[in-house]
Design a binder for this molecule. Structure first.
Ligand SMILES: [Zn+2]
Length: 358
């Protein structure tokens, strides 16, 4: 078992860019994590707003850099918030409250778990939820956060789709296990067993390129420029901005509104200026002499305290796709103009002239 001097020392292993580069060096372990949580059983116990899902079990598998199982972790957690089992939880995981009351306190289990994780690792989960709920529970108990900014992790459910399906579909874990003909030697729907099968699915992915498709948990969005995420994938580029006080400030930011070619780093002229069909997603198209049409998509995310951050992806598209997007813009504009007063249109135009997203 490796010991970690302090949480601060570990952040470097978590920090998005570092994880990526270390990950490529193939020296990291994979920590496949699965949590079970309980929630307010409606009508019997009031929901605690800061902890809608109380973690009651942590199961994890450690794979070394060659994806060979080297260690396991399994621990029940004694609940402090919800003392009745929600009917979905009890049905799904076949666990009784009496069993849980014999578990250890959350803070102790998490300390043990993080010590067990060691130093150089990347978290892997089935689907995108577990790291968010883990961090929400850490915050509820006043524990140090896992990271100041976003955390890079592998969403094995997504990787399975990239490796074996259409990149977009999301299957249940048991479906993937059946598909890969993995032996079902322990029952599903307990934290440890789901971590175990997720690890088996991850280990079964032969194409190492697939493992480069890291995801980001943005429970803690970047609070400053240094924590922003900029990462290049095979077919697109992803940027996660720092927090802005509101949407207007975010959209006025130079980095957010820019359309840079991620291959040659040049700032490109826009062929289709920023537009939004719904007020949440924004699109633009720029043209690079060397690499062609680049579509940027920006999505505004609200933080829990009402601020915003932006996730922008850029990818190259065909002239036909540019055509389609132009039609979409014209359609959005028509709808928009129908429903607005002339004075609003004038201020809109002023904003566009300043070159900001409008
Ligand atoms: Zn270019």
């Amino acid at each position: 078992m490796q010991h970690v001097p302090c949480r601060e020392g570990k952040i470097s292993a978590f920090a998005s860019i570092n994880v990526c580069s270390r990950f490529r060096e193939k020296t990291v372990n994979y920590i496949i994590l699965d949590l079970e949580w309980n929630q307010s059983s409606t009508g019997q116990e009031p929901e605690v707003a800061t902890l809608p899902f109380e973690i009651i079990e942590i199961g994890a598998i450690k794979l070394n850099h060659e994806r060979i199982m080297v260690s396991e972790f399994s621990q029940l957690i004694r609940p402090t918030v919800y003392h009745r089992m929600h009917r979905i939880t009890s049905k799904l995981i076949h666990m009784r409250m009496e069993e849980l009351e014999r578990g250890k306190p959350f803070t102790q289990v998490v300390e043990d778990f993080l010590r067990w994780c060691g130093e150089d690792y990347i978290f892997c989960t089935w689907g995108p939820l577990d790291l968010t709920e883990l961090q929400r529970n850490l915050r509820y108990y006043g524990m140090e956060p896992l990271s100041r900014g976003p955390i890079a992790f592998l969403d094995v459910q997504k990787l399975f789709s990239i490796a074996y399906e259409d990149r977009k579909s999301r299957r249940a874990l048991e479906w993937a296990v059946d598909y890969l003909e993995i032996e079902k030697d322990i029952p599903f729907h307990r934290a440890f067993s789901d971590a175990y099968y997720t690890a088996k699915v991850l280990a079964a992915i032969r194409d190492l390129e697939v493992l480069k498709n890291v995801s980001y948990d943005v429970f803690n969005p970047p609070s400053c420029r240094e924590e922003e995420v900029k990462v290049q994938f095979d077919t697109y580029f992803k940027y996660i901005s720092r927090i802005f006080p509101d949407k207007t400030a975010a959209l006025a930011d130079r980095e957010v509104s820019s359309s840079k070619c991620y291959l040659c780093r040049r700032n490109l002229r826009k062929k289709v200026k920023w537009f939004t069909p719904n007020g949440r997603h924004y699109y633009c198209v720029a043209f690079c002499e060397k690499h062609g049409y680049l579509k940027c998509k920006a999505r505004i995310h609200k933080t829990e305290d009402g601020q915003v951050y932006v996730v922008k992806t850029s990818r190259f598209i065909s002239p036909e796709d540019v055509e389609k997007l132009t039609e979409r813009r014209d359609h959005a504009r028509k709808l928009h103009n129908h429903s607005r007063k002339p004075s609003e249109k004038a201020s809109d135009k002023a904003a566009r002239l300043k070159g900001h997203i409008s």
